[in-house]
Design a protein around this ligand. Structure first.
Ligand code: AMP
Length: 547
């Protein structure tokens, strides 16, 4: 028997309509290259998004076309999110911090027809445009007064484009499985791969992420998404915030600037924010150095890389801010798991709660997790067994854009049982809390035991003289591999190998203790800011442990 319910398609434009009707006065505050503090409301935003949709039609953009963006977190980028997807085109966000040859590859592979570019990123495209034959025009995200003198061909000014258009536009209805956005994920090897989101996956992800024990999106919150809109849609904040009616504060290019972030948080009374661990370390150091505070901030969500314990402790003790660690990937939209306090934890000590916050959290409804051994057999959730982490659900990728989707091929990341292999290794405890111990390729195998490089790195960065650390496996004649710790000292600090080892002694199991510590001035990173262990392993190829 068929149900008798409306089969309404889940459309991104419906979020905009909802925000426009229900929260017309809610503010969006942005830092942009041409304005240190721009303010407008959801009502203004909705009007401008409709103007932009009309402008896209006039440009000749068609249903299904890819429209590229190279932009920071601000209101114009947000307008693109809604106008492009809402019109049935694909909003292809590109990371301006990638290597130019990667940006070049991505734009050509996606066949972007138009690119909307931030003022600060114009020089990158000027250098690349000769290699971008399919791009028909570039739109600079600014007004006439700030238009740069540029060699970009077919260049237009965003505000001029909008200014000529009507704010009346009827958002089309179409199949909810239509592509809405694209984001390329770049590993340490091979070309970046295109992840394609749908209207349906985006809405379900934003709904799932808004639940009270997930990020609890609410109109009572003022939210500052520091995680970039070019990296997995700022973790869904642009959708969840409009659904809930939260005031949005957008940091623009000031994402890694402790002083600017503190000022934004204080002056706009930000209550919730999201970002990767390095952003928070930078902000915490700035606050410590200046004695400044962030009293309005209550919660921060941290993900993208393992959150060091020291970040959780410093937020708690110095600022009374709760850290919510989450795990996810470009391919999982990104939300997979997140910290929450479950009932029965009321009697745990502060230290025990921090132990749980250091894990990657429990699964969010909508995304199923499992861990498996080498033969794809499921492992128990006992907090001890660790294996490959696999996931499935309506906001998980089933394939990569423009690649063969044949089972077993590179373009199809899903196994024969329908699970996506994350490339992460994890344990899951009986309460459902998952802990990432490594990337599959970074696991250190010592005498048959798996040693977690992340555990060693987290312990090392809690040393007051260490700014950053990486652990990799190096050849050992007896154990096959043993952990080597590579550490970067904080400016002006001194510390020796022996001091680091003795500091780690009561923090790590004996078999996880690094056999040696070497110091470097800096560690290599990928364009998305993750440690580049492949490059580190190459640099230390000939390394031998001392006897
Ligand atoms: P990306 O697709 O660039 O966002 O990278 C996803 C990868 O980042 C995951 O597969 C993990 O290896 C890593 N990652 C994300 N969040 C966390 C976390 N909370 N702890 C440890 N690793 C994480």
């Amino acid at each position: 028997m068929q149900a008798l319910m409306m089969n309404s398609q889940l459309m991104i434009s419906s979020i905009l309509r909802h925000a426009d009707r229900n929260f017309p006065d809610t503010e969006i505050v942005s830092v942009t290259a041409d304005n240190p503090r721009h303010r407008h409301t959801y009502k203004d935003f909705a009007n401008r998004s409709r103007q932009l949709a009309n402008a896209l039609v006039k440009l000749g953009a068609k249903f299904g076309d890819r429209i590229g963006t190279l932009a920071w977190n601000d209101y114009r980028h947000l307008e693109l999110y809604y106008a492009v997807s809402g019109s049935g085109m694909v909003c292809h966000t590109i990371n301006p911090k990638l290597f130019p040859e990667q940006v070049n590859y991505i734009i050509n592979h996606a066949e972007d027809r138009f690119i909307f570019v931030d003022l600060l990123v114009v020089p990158l495209l000027e250098a690349l445009q000769a290699h971008l034959p399919k791009v028909e025009g570039y739109i600079v995200l600014t007004d006439e007064a700030h238009m740069p003198d540029t060699s970009l061909k077919n260049v237009m000014c965003y505000e001029t484009l909008l200014g000529e258009e009507s704010s009346e536009f009827e958002w089309p209805e179409f199949d909810e499985n239509t592509a809405s956005a694209m984001c390329y994920t770049s590993g340490t090897t091979g070309n970046p791969k295109g992840v394609v989101y749908s209207h349906r996956s985006t809405l379900l992800h934003a709904w799932g992420g808004s639940m009270p024990d997930v990020v609890a999106a609410s109109y009572k919150e003022t939210t500052l998404p520091i995680v970039p809109m070019f990296h997995v849609n700022a973790w869904g904040a642009p959708y969840a915030s409009l659904m809930a009616g939260s005031k949005m504060v957008m940091p623009g290019p000031k994402m890694a600037d402790g002083e600017a972030l503190q000022h934004l948080i204080e002056s706009e009374q930000v209550t919730f924010s999201s970002g990767v661990p390095t952003i928070w370390l930078g902000l915490l150091d700035y606050l410590q150095k200046t004695g400044k505070n962030i009293p309005s901030l209550k919660r921060v969500s941290v993900g993208g890389a393992a959150c060091p314990r020291t970040v959780i402790e410093r937020f708690k003790h110095a600022h009374d801010v709760e850290v919510i660690q989450g795990w996810g990937m470009t391919e999982t939209s990104p939300l997979g798991s997140i910290f929450c306090r479950k009932s029965g934890m009321e009697d745990l000590s502060e230290e025990e709660i921090i132990d749980i916050q250091c894990m990657q959290g429990r699964g969010v409804f909508g995304l199923e997790m499992r861990i498996v051994d080498e033969n794809n057999n499921e492992l128990p959730w006992d907090g001890v067994a660790f294996g490959a982490l696999k996931v499935r659900g309506p906001w998980v990728s089933s394939g990569y854009y423009g690649m063969s989707q044949e089972p077993g091929s590179q373009g199809c990341p899903v196994d024969e049982k329908g699970w996506f292999d994350t490339g992460d290794v994890a344990t899951i405890n009986p309460q459902g809390y998952m802990q990432i111990t490594d990337r599959t390729k970074d696991v250190i195998k010592s005498g048959g035991e798996w040693v977690s490089s992340i555990e060693i790195e987290n312990a090392a960065v809690s040393h007051p003289a260490i700014a950053e650390a990486a652990a990799i496996g190096r050849y050992h004649p007896k154990w096959t591999e043993r952990p080597l710790l590579i550490a970067v000292k904080k400016a002006g600090e001194q510390v020796t190998t022996e001091e680091v080892k003795s500091f780690l002694k009561d923090k790590l199991h004996k078999w996880s203790m690094p056999d040696d510590v070497v110091f470097m001035d800096e560690l290599p990173h990928t364009a998305t800011g993750k440690l580049n262990k492949l490059s580190l392993r190459k640099t230390l190829e000939g390394y031998e442990f001392p006897n």
